[in-house]
Design a protein around this ligand. Structure first.
Ligand SMILES: Cc1ncc(COP(=O)(O)O)c(C=O)c1O
Length: 474
C-alpha cells in the first residue's frame, strides 16, 4: 500500500482491499450491524451525531434514555449498576482506582497492568504494591496472578485499600477471580478487575467465568474490543458494598469528555440489544467457528498454539510458527502482505489473532488457509533458523529496582544516559509483557544492559522511543 498523505486517504485505500480482521474492534465492520437490520444507523451516522438536546438525557446525570442503556447493561451482566464509558476502559480503570484508594494509600496491582492504572497512581497520589503474574513456562508468556500472593501482600501491606488485576491478560490467560475476590473481601479490600479484553466472557459457557459473576467489586469491559460497540466505547460494572457509587460517578465525570458521543452511546445500545436478542446464537457460532479453526490449525506442520487450555480465553488465538523460523513480526508481515489478514499483536515468535463477535466462518477459513499455505511454502523452501530465542534465554533479567515516588514532571533521555534516574513510563519487553522497570523505579545499569541486549536481538520493548529514549522524572 502506498504511503497515504491523510487519515481519510489511508482508510479509503485500506477499505479498497479485501481484508480480514483478527484485530480490534470486535464488530469487524458493518456486516455485523447489517445482519441485525441496523442499516438506518449506518447510513445516517452523521445525523446520529447529536448532543444533549432536550430529551436526549445526560451521561453524567442519566435519567431517561441513557439511563435505560445503563440499566440494560446492568441487567445483562447481573450487577447493581453499569456505566457507559466514552473514553474507553482507560477512563473506567482510572475512575475505579480513584474511587477506591485514598491519596497516600496503596493499590495492590498486577505488575503487568495497563498504563491507565499507572496514570491513576500519578493522578491520585497512590502508592503501588506489585503482584507478579506467573510465567507460563511452556510458552514463555505471562499468565495468571497467584491468589496466595494476593493474600501475602495484603497481610504485609496494611495501607492497601484495593486490588487491581488484568484478567484476561493480552494473551487470554485468566486469573482465579472467585478465589481472589474471597480473599479481598475477607480483608475488606475492594477488588477491581480490568476485564477490558473479556467483555464477552459473561455470555459464554465455554470460556472462564466473567469477573462480575465471580464476585469482583468493579469490572471494566472494553465492549469495543471483542463485542459490537464502536472503538472508545466501554462499560464499567459496579457490584460493591465497599465503594460509594456516588464517589465513583464523580470520578467518572471528572475524567471523561463533557461531550459524550451519541454515536458511541448508540452503538452501546445496539450491542446490548443484539446480545439480548441473539447472544446465545452468536456465542454458539463463535464456539463452532473457533473449534473448526483450532481443529484445522492443529494439523499444520510447524505451528503451535496455546490451544483451548483451561483458564484461557481461547477466542484470543495465540500461535507460533517459530519452528519454521518465523518470528511473530515476520509472520504478521507475511499475513498482511500476502493474504490481507490483520492480526492484533506479535511478541517474540508469538502472534495473537484476536477473534471477535463479528468474525464469520469465512474469516476463520481465510486465516487457516493462509497458515497452511505459509507452512507448506516454508517446509518446501527449507526451514530458516530462529536464533533470537536461544540467545534471549541466556540473558538474566535484572532484579526489581527500588521504588520512589512516581514522577509527575518528566522528560525524555537516551536509555544509555538514564542510569540512576527515576522511570516515568513503564519499560516493557514483549514477551512476556511484564514491565522490567515501572514508573517510580530507579533505572540501574543492569536494567540498561539488559534492555540494550534485548533490542539488539530484535526483541520488542515498549516504553522506548524509535530514537532509543525513555521517559524519566525531571
Ligand atoms: C489490559 C487493558 N486494559 C485497558 C485498556 C484500555 O482500553 P481502552 O482502549 O478501551 O481504553 C487496554 C487497551 O488496550 C488494555 O489492553
Amino acid at each position: 500500500m502506498a504511503i497515504s498523505t491523510s487519515l481519510y486517504d489511508f482508510i479509503t485505500d485500506y477499505l479498497k482491499k479485501d481484508t480480514v480482521s483478527f484485530h480490534m474492534p470486535g464488530h469487524k465492520g458493518s456486516k455485523f450491524y447489517k445482519r441485525f437490520g441496523y442499516h438506518n444507523f449506518l447510513e445516517r451516522i452523521m445525523e446520529f451525531d447529536i448532543s444533549e438536546i432536550p430529551g436526549a438525557d445526560n451521561l453524567f446525570q442519566a435519567e431517561s434514555i441513557i439511563r435505560g442503556v445503563q440499566e440494560q447493561y446492568a441487567m445483562l451482566y447481573g450487577c447493581k449498576r453499569s456505566y457507559i464509558l466514552i473514553n474507553g476502559s482507560s477512563a473506567g480503570n482510572i475512575a475505579a482506582v480513584l474511587a477506591s484508594v485514598n491519596r497516600g494509600k496503596q493499590l495492590l496491582m498486577a505488575r503487568n497492568s495497563h498504563k491507565s492504572v499507572f496514570n491513576a497512581l500519578t493522578l491520585g497520589g497512590i502508592r503501588p504494591v506489585y503482584v507478579h503474574p506467573e510465567i507460563v513456562e511452556e510458552y514463555g508468556l505471562s499468565g495468571a496472578i497467584p491468589p496466595s500472593e494476593i493474600e501475602r501482600l495484603i497481610i504485609e501491606n496494611p495501607d492497601v485499600q484495593a486490588i487491581m488485576l488484568t484478567s484476561p491478560n493480552y494473551y487470554g490467560f485468566c486469573s482465579d477471580i472467585k478465589t481472589i475476590a474471597d480473599i479481598a473481601h475477607k480483608y475488606k479490600k475492594v477488588l477491581i478487575v480490568d476485564e477490558a479484553h473479556g467483555a464477552h466472557l459473561h455470555f459464554s459457557n465455554f470460556l472462564p467465568p466473567s469477573a462480575i459473576s465471580s464476585g469482583a467489586d468493579i469490572v471494566i469491559n472494553s465492549t469495543h474490543k471483542t463485542l459490537g460497540s464502536f472503538t472508545q466505547s466501554a462499560a464499567l460494572h459496579f457490584n460493591s458494598e465497599l465503594v460509594d457509587p456516588y464517589v465513583l460517578e464523580d470520578k467518572l465525570q471528572c475524567i471523561q469528555s463533557t461531550s459524550p458521543s451519541y454515536i458511541l452511546m448508540t452503538s452501546m445500545e445496539i450491542t446490548a440489544k443484539i446480545l439480548e436478542q441473539h447472544g446465545e446464537i452468536l456465542m454458539k457460532e463463535w464456539y463452532d467457528n473457533l473449534n473448526m479453526f483450532y481443529d484445522r490449525i492443529q494439523k499444520i506442520p510447524g505451528l503451535r498454539t496455546t490451544g483451548k487450555m483451561e483458564g484461557i480465553d481461547w477466542t484470543k488465538i495465540n500461535l507460533t510458527m517459530g519452528e519454521l523460523g518465523f518470528t511473530g513480526s515476520e509472520l504478521d508481515k507475511i499475513l498482511i502482505e500476502d493474504y490481507n489478514i490483520y492480526t492484533e499483536l506479535f511478541t517474540g515468535d508469538w502472534l495473537m489473532a484476536l477473534s471477535g463477535i463479528g468474525n464469520n466462518k469465512e474469516d476463520y477459513n481465510w486465516l487457516a488457509d493462509a497458515l497452511e499455505d505459509i507452512s507448506r511454502k516454508a517446509i518446501s523452501s527449507g526451514i530458516k533458523e530462529l536464533k533470537s530465542k536461544q540467545k534471549k534465554a541466556a540473558l538474566t533479567p535484572p532484579k526489581q529496582a527500588t521504588m520512589f515516588e512516581i514522577p509527575v514532571e518528566v522528560k525524555k533521555v537516551k536509555l544509555e544516559d538514564s542510569e540512576g534516574m527515576i522511570c516515568g513510563r513503564s519499560i516493557i519487553p514483549y514477551p512476556p509483557g511484564i514491565p522490567l522497570v515501572c514508573p517510580g523505579e530507579r533505572i540501574d545499569a543492569d536494567a540498561i544492559t539488559y534492555i540494550k541486549a534485548l533490542r539488539e536481538l530484535g526483541e520488542r520493548v515498549i516504553g522506548i522511543s524509535e530514537f532509543g529514549e525513555v521517559i524519566v522524572g525531571i
